[in-house]
Structures are given as C-alpha cells and as structure tokens.
Design a protein around this ligand. Sequence first.
Ligand SMILES: [Zn+2]
Length: 741
Amino acid sequence: MSKKLLIVESPAKAKTISKYLGDEYEVVASVGHIRDLPKSNKQAIDIGAGFVPHYEISKGKEKVVSEIKNLAKKASEILLATDPDREGEAIAWHIAELIQGSGEKSKSKFPISKIKRVTYHEITKEAIEEALKHPREIDQDLRQAQEARRVLDRLVGYDLSGIIWKKVRYGLSAGRVQSPALRIIMEKEREIRAFKSEDFWVVSADVKRNEGKKEKFIVVCEEEPRDKKVVDAIVQAGEKGLWFVKEVKETNVKKSPRAPFITSTLQQTASSRLGFSPSRTMGIAQKLYESGHITYMRTDSTTLAKTAIDQIVDLVTKKFGKEYLELRSYASKSKNAQEAHEAIRPTHFNIEHAGMNDEQKKLYELIWRRAVSSQMKDAGTLRTKITTNITDGKIPDFSITGSQIIFPGWLLSDPASRGDDVELPKVSEGEKLDLEKINIEAKQTEPPGRYSEAGLIKELEKRGIGRPSTYASTIKTLEDRGYVDKVNKALIPTDTGDVVSSFLEANFAEYISDSFTAEMEDKLDLIAEGKEEYVKTLEDFYGPFLKEVKIKDKLDKATNMGDADPNMKCPKCGEAMIIKLGRGGKFLSCGTYPDCDGALTMEGVEIKKDEPIGIYPENGLPIYILVGKYGPYVQVGERAKGKGSKKAEKPRMASIPKGKDLTTVTLADALTYLTLPRVLGVHPDTGKEIKANVGMFGPYVVHEKDFRSLKEDDVYTIELPRALEIFAQEKKKRGFKKKTK
Ligand SMILES: [Zn+2]
C-alpha cells in the first residue's frame, strides 16, 4: 500500500511527529532549505523579466532532494508540514516545485492536487492530528513575500556591498537590515563620544528615631547639586539643624503581569535573566519546539489559544487559588495576521519542568512562568515615602521610599520579578529625629550606555526594523563581519564598522533610515496579505536604488578617517599624517601618500619597511613588514619597480593575523606566516589537494572550491586528518543556519 508522505524541515521534528502518526504515513526531513539563490551572483535574478529568481539546489542537498523525489513517486499523497511562517511556506513551495519537476514530461508529474500544505503551531499529537484534518494549498502570497525579502536582500547586499568593496575594503558587506542596525549602534557611539561628564554630589543623612527602639535609617537629599558650594551649604545647615519627619505618604501601587512571550521579549528576557545571546536562545527554543514542549518560537503575536487559556485556568485554580486568576488579552503589534498567530507558551501547562538539559530546562521554566503569570491578578504593593527636613533652615527635602507587597498576585508564579521588600520604621509626621551624620559622595554623570544584544533587539523592534525571524541573525552578522565587538554584553563598533556606517550614512542615508526600512517591512507584510504586488514593490524600490548606487560609484575611497594629531609627523618626510583604516584597524599614513609611504601605528611607532626583520632561509632575501590596503603583511624581497613590474615575479607575501601588534613580529612569526598557503595533503576521495590559508573572511581550508572557515583550528598547524573531518561535516547553509541558531 502506498503511504502518505509528510515532509518537514528538521530531523528532530520528523522524529517527534512520526511518533504521533500511524503506519500510513512516512515522515521525512528536508534538513532546512533545499534551494536558494546562488550567492554573489546577481545574474541569478532576472530583473528585466520581473525579478524572477533562478534557484539552485543548495550544495550538499542533492541526496536529500533525490530521496524526497523517490519517496514522492511512491506516495499516495504529499503533505508539506514545514514551519508556520513565510520561510516555512517558501520551503514547502520549493519542495512542491521539485517534486513536480518543472522540466519533466507532464505524464510523470506528481498531480498538484495531491500536494497539500498543513500547518500547526505546536508539535503535539492533538495539534498534528488537527492540522491533518485541514490541509490547504500553498499560500502563494506568503511564499511571494518571502521571495521578495530574499530577492531584495540579495540585490541590496550585492550592490551595496559592491560599493563598500570599492570604497572601503574588499570583502566587507552591507545589507538592507544589517546596515540600519549598524547605524543605530554608531549613532549611540557618537553620542558617547560627544558626551562630557559633569561632577555632581549625592548627599545623604544617617538619622535615628528619638523615641522607642531608636531605629536608624538613611534619607537621601532629593537634589543632586552640581556645585560643591551648594553641597557645603546643605551640609552646614543640616549639621546645625533639628531634623523631623515632614511627611509620611503611603500609596498603593499595582503591578500588572506582562504579555506572554513573543520572539523579541523572549530574547530580551533570556538575555537579562539567563545571560543567553539571542541566537543561543533561538537555538534552545527550537529544540523545545521540536520536541513538542512549546509553541512555535518565531512570532510577534501575544495571543493565547483557547485550549491554552483553559489549561492555565485549571492550573492557577489548583496551584494558587481561584482568587489569583484574571483572564487578560494583550495588545499585539503583530502585523502578520495570517502567520504564526500565537504567543510562545508551553504546550502542556501541567508540565512545569521540561527539556533535555540545563539550558532547555531554564528557558522552558521562563516561558512557563511568563505564560501562566500573564493570566493572573495584579500584584499589590504598599509604597511608603518618608520625607524629612530641618525645622530651622532652608535645605532640600531628604527622603526614603520603602515598599511592601500586600498581595502577591502574578508574582507567585514568577517570583524572580518580585524584588525585595524594603521595610521602613513606622514613624509619624512631625516626629523628631536625631542626626548621626551627613555623608557626601562625589559622582560624575555617565555617558549613555551602549546597546546589549537584547537592548538592540528591543530598539529594532521599536523602530519596526526586521521581524522575529531576523533579529538574532542580523546581530550575528554584525559580529561575524567584524563591525562590532561584544565586550561583556555591550556592542562596541570597530573602526571598520565606524567607517562603513559613516560612509553609508553619508551616501545612502535614505536607504538605511528607520522609516525606509520599516516601510519596506510593511510592504513585505502587505505582499503576504495579498494586498501588494511582488513585481511592483521590487520595481519601485530597485530603480531609484540602482541609480543612487551608480552615482555613488564615482566617489573617492572612504578609508580616509581624517587628520592625525598634528604632533604626529611622517617618520620619513616629516609631513602631516592622516588616519587611515587598514585591515588591522586604524593606522597613520603620510599625508603625501603615494609619494611617500611613511606609516605609524596609532601609538606613534613607525611601521618600518626599510629594515628587514631577517632573512628568508629559502632564497636568502630580506623579510619586510609592510602595511598595505588589506592590512599588515610580511614580504620576502622587494617588489620590482618601474615599468614592466607587472611581468616581474611578485614577491612572496603573507598577511599578519588581525590584532597582532606589529612591533612584536619576530622572524619566527614571519616564517610561520609565510608557510601559508599550506598544502595539507590530498583528499582520499578525489586525489585533489587540500590547502589551508587566510583570506578576506579569515582562515580557511579549501578542497575543490569547497571553502570551510576555521573557527577553533589554527591555520598554521592544522593537519590533514582534522581537515578531512571538517570536510566530512555537513556544510552549513546560510538559510538553514538561521533556523538552527
Ligand atoms: Zn612622508
């Protein structure tokens, strides 16, 4: 008997689902994307024909594709059960296209009527069974919205990166969402640079009750003077004065629970409470989803399904009592009405602890607590403010505020949100106080803080830039490209990030603006809803954009970062220096370059060319340390000068690793660098050489154009067996990587 073939994108999901289904189903995984637009090839998009993308089967996916095709031939029906969002819809469509085999004879085509799409927001038995009862056609609007995003991102990436390559440095990148995000980080950085800190003082008084148990407490001056004279006057008057309780004010404050998680709030909370990076959080959430514990984790809807609310009612009533229950719905910013329309929540609320390991358990608990507390009563806090002053003088009020929870409400299910009670002595108005001493503390105003990853996501969401599926990958791109460094949790732009962003801000301001980027996201949403046309949206954008790119092509290079400190003079000719961006960051270059090639490090140490650091043993030629437009490097011998130099043999060169202090490069270091490119041996399957080298994206190993970047391995010491291991691993595809991280 032929079976029904159900196709999902991940093996873990396939495993979970096949447990729920009977023998009449066969479940198979596509393992992410199976087709994509070839990278860095604009020709793959036929712009003239209406932005028609020409997809290619992703490298390494040939086997999976032919397996799916074979299974499809035998299947009675095909059910495409990929994720319930645009990307999932697009994968489903690609699979359907391949099964249909566009180029093959119509006879052998699998009937389209027997290819169905099924969606569900949680991988539970009930949800899958329910989904199978409502198969539908592939939603071409959703699919096209995803296609538009992909094509748009490729075109912008291609053209904008091209300009950056010419004007800043080869190998860098720019992108439709990535560049606005970088601009936001840079804007903050400029605020920080422009910030001038000021002195101020915090004045406080240790006071003691005059009666009863004579409890001590500290009151703080409500003004923070910026002038030391004012501080002295307050201290003087305070020390002489008679202190008393001017006012005791009690207020009831209600604290409401927050909406159940959506992608952005989950990423933010997991970062602040658990210290997880957004991409790590998404990876863990994906595992919880695939094993059936939580609903789909890429969503911007705060809605809870009725079945979920019923479960919460039951649970809260049993666990905390009926008086803690309050059903609420939360305003949703969601614009994707047809897509993942539920918040992230547990599938089974009676399971309080789920997950295969510690990090999964922690994240699950966070999700559980947030969802349950969202349907509970407000917490009530009694806030007490004691204001004091002196009877006989003029100083600002000194005060302290305490708080005490009088009704815990939703905090019962989320105690981490509770905070500590601050209890104050029960003083009454008019009561006299004894002053013990007055304290002053000198402080300085602080510049605005840098964005953390979670903070940036919040900002991107606020400005409407990106969507739940893109936040984590956008930030990861900025880090991978070397545009920002993550120090502790703060995102700090690098010199390269600074130059690239400044260039784009000066020349493509509109295209990387908040409004433009947010409007484009809205247009993509409209395509998804069938209210906007694919071709028109792309045409409206691309025509003016391309024109702009062509105009900006005539600009000068942007690696010039302004004049150096006038005290820094060229070590060769004494002329003024300018700051330039090299591969290793900023350095100082002679203002008359290329007439004079004198160069200094930012610290003023000469980057020498004339004095070799030693002799290359293989040919007896001197080894120089040089700084070129791609950064510092070592060179054996000298480049032939004058005419015909192109024909002359190029000297051997090897780049100096990023971050290496040039003044510490030894002959041994240089000889190590010059071992690249290293031939590690031949691949047993092909007989072709495997080499290790450093390229524009960092160290890599290569075998027949299959480039694998080296993350943990040392490019100078890696051996053949380890390289073979790396090639044996499945190559991570861009599209799929996004989903698993
Ligand atoms: Zn000079």
